[in-house]
Structure formats: structure tokens, C-alpha cells
Ligand binder design. Sequence first.
Ligand SMILES: [Fe+2]
Length: 136
Amino acid sequence: MSDIFEWMPEYSIGVDSIDQQHQELFRIFNKLSTAVSQNDSPKSAAAAMHEMSQYLDKHFTFEEPLLKKHPDFDHHHLEHLKFIENTLDFQIRFADQDKTVHMDMLSFLYNWLKEHILEMDKEYFRYLKENNLLDN
Ligand SMILES: [Fe+2]
């Protein structure tokens, strides 16, 4: 069994560039989920995992400057760092061919992405918009 993300209007945080990047994260997650559930070659799952971590890097690098004016920016930044640390752990287990890593990783990613976007990103961007602190 694997989870597939479907984009829903409630995921929108109201900034087009960020929404597009979140959709891209969903797309990569689904690729990873499919690779794992269809038991493709380990290579395709590893490739999707690699794509995910690279895209996340890019996404956080883009998102964080926009969030800088939020009074709790440090907290958000820390959440991103903790998340990166977790995905690195998964990548190490992946490289060790740890078979249990797949499902753990998918459920972690699924829950994290969903909660982070729906709660933290949404709330931070709402605050920035309401207080005219969004530059773009
Ligand atoms: Fe975020």
C-alpha cells in the first residue's frame, strides 16, 4: 500500500511560486511511492529519493528568504533543518539496503509534507501577507 498525493485547493498557501514548488514535491513523492510499491529496481527508488532531496534543498533555499521577515522565522528554519537531517538518515539506510527504510520513509515524507504545508507554511505566509511583509 502506498500513499499518493493529490493536490487540493486547501494546500495552496497563496503564493504561486511556492504552490508550484509544493506541487513538484508532491509529484516527486508520488514517483518515489510508485517506485517503492511496484518494487522497481532499487535504482529507481534511490533515484527518486535523490531527486526529492535535491529538490527540497532548492525549495527551502527559495522559500526561506521569503519567510525571513516573520518574527518566528528561526523556528521555521529549524523545522527545515530537522527535516533535512531526517531525510539524510533515510538516505544512509537506503544506501545500506535496509529494506524497512522504504515504508518508514514514505510515511515520514507523506506526513511531514502534508502537515508542514497545511500548518506551518500556510500560517507563516498568512501572517506575512496580512502584515504586508511579503516582498513578491
Ligand atoms: Fe516550510
